[in-house]
Write a protein of this length. Sequence first.
Length: 231
Amino acid sequence: MSWGDYLKEGTLWQRKTAQVIDQIASIFGGTATGSTNAYVLNTTTVNGIPAPVRLVDGELVRFIPSSSNTGAVTISISQNIATKSINAANGTTALTGGEIVSDTPTVIQYDSGLDCFRLLLSGDRGGSFNWTTSEQVWPYEKLNGDVIYAKMYIVAAMPNNTTLNIAHGITTIDKLLFLSAAAGNGSSNFISDNVSNAAFRGDVIGTNIRVISTVNFTGYSGVVRILYTKQ
């Protein structure tokens, strides 16, 4: 049963209440055990209530993963319910690694039509991030369950009232989420940051990052930072 089952056999208003409880209530499974990519939750007893024996469409499950995933993921939330897959937020794409972050709150939602869980939230929103010229997983958030990647590019000469094309080298880029450009004088004294201001604007066109300046940056080097998802 789900938590609403405790009211399901009552009067009509109690049965309606049970339906609402099933859809808005969430199960907290504590810290997951099991192995990497095969999480097991402890929902045998929650505040004296036995473990659920079924799931309803839209039901939420919250847990703390003991390890980050490295591939496709399954989860057992109760000894009474068969193991289910955790897929991306679209419900059909299997996880590939890095979408679930260890020791951080994670929320999944059951989809009865697909008989799997959709990943809604996981990721560390604290700490600091060091940009590098190598592709990294953005640790602070996901986009609908999809991994966000970060990469920085060092530019020897920023554009002078013109367009600079930088080969991004990402073969499977899907969506550009953020682009920031900054010009410096060689001593980390950046004089402009954020493409939304008057100095720079930019986007991704095909295999290139396109940075357009609106002022003269002759003699300035710089950096370009992007956040993106991959196909």
